[in-house]
Write a protein that binds this ligand. Structure first.
Ligand SMILES: [Zn+2]
Length: 306
């Protein structure tokens, strides 16, 4: 009897942190609908993503649309996402940097995307800045925020920045060059790189906010996501994370805390930490760097040299 109570106690202690402090994260995919690549057509990419997300039974995901990619073919792909129950949002029309464009020209570009998204169902009024560039200085940033609110938009911020786009580009480039790819190693590289970024920004949050907020993960509608997002979700769940919908994540109090700093390009958690005096250099993970990833990619032997 005593022994079984003791075992129950040990089990309770073991799983306590995961059950009570399940960390929460939502998945968002930028730049949809991306063009065909050497690895797969855009249609195949959409099919793979929908099937992986459905199989993992996640509650929702948001696709931030680069609206000048929309044409008669690609609009069918966006419709497939919404038919599957996922949501679309605004990632501008031409994907220009708000740091370089005049603020009115930028707002017009957002509005063009707004019009292009009108025919679709399941569109949410969130806007995500390309490159996470919010404007060239704090005055522009605040004016643009005002303009976006006037257009009816909320900030589609991320809390976890990373270089998933570059990892995907390295894999696709190997395919273009007809080099043999070890997909198991590529999967581990993608999952581990992203998980490191997630823990990195959650660590910053726990230090500067004293809690783990509902996170928003930046991903892209790219080949690596199509191949490995299911593995990433599984890994997150194994580590005690819960996948929530982006709409749920944007209910976190940090959604109402727009930090008065010009540093936004590593996401909302980093911007809040920066507003509390943490220097920019400490708010970017070393893997958010092309040279770092080039070397790590070679070291991981993802491309098999005969
Ligand atoms: Zn983008």
């Amino acid at each position: 009897m005593c022994n079984s109570i003791f075992r129950f106690f040990i089990l309770f202690i073991t799983f306590l942190p995961f059950n009570i402090h399940a960390r929460e994260i939502a998945l968002t995919f930028d730049d949809a609908p991306t063009p065909d690549s050497a690895l797969m057509t855009g249609n195949e990419r959409t099919q793979k993503l929908i099937s992986a997300l459905k199989q993992a039974q996640i509650p929702d995901a948001m696709f931030f649309v680069k609206a000048d990619y929309i044409n008669s073919q690609t609009s069918a792909r966006l419709k497939q996402y919404t038919d599957a129950g996922f949501h679309l949002a605004n990632h501008s029309f031409t994907h220009q940097s708000a740091n370089q464009l005049d603020i009115n020209a930028y707002a017009v570009d957002v509005y063009k995307a707004h019009l292009a998204l009108k025919p679709f169902n399941n569109v949410l009024n969130y806007h995500r800045f390309p490159y996470l560039h919010y404007g060239k200085d704090l005055s522009d940033i605040n004016q643009l925020q005002k303009l976006l609110i006037e257009l009816g938009y909320k900030d589609g911020y991320v809390t976890i920045d990373n270089f998933d786009w570059y990892i995907s580009a390295l894999i696709t480039k190997a395919a273009e060059e007809k080099k043999p790819i070890n997909y198991e190693k590529a999967r581990d590289f993608y999952v581990n790189s992203l998980y490191t970024s997630i823990e990195f920004y959650d660590g910053i949050a726990r230090k500067s906010l004293k809690r783990s907020p509902r996170h928003v993960l930046l991903l892209h509608e790219n080949d690596a996501a199509a191949l490995f997002v299911g593995d990433l979700i599984q890994h997150l769940r194994n580590k005690g994370w819960k996948i929530i919908s982006p709409q749920q994540a944007y209910k976190d109090p940090i959604a109402r805390n727009f930090p008065q700093v010009s540093f936004h390009k590593q996401g909302r958690v980093a911007a809040i930490a920066n507003s509390k005096g943490i220097p920019e250099a400490e708010l970017r993970h070393p893997s958010e760097n092309e040279d770092y990833l080039n070397q790590a990619f070679v070291a991981a032997r993802i491309v098999e040299i005969k």
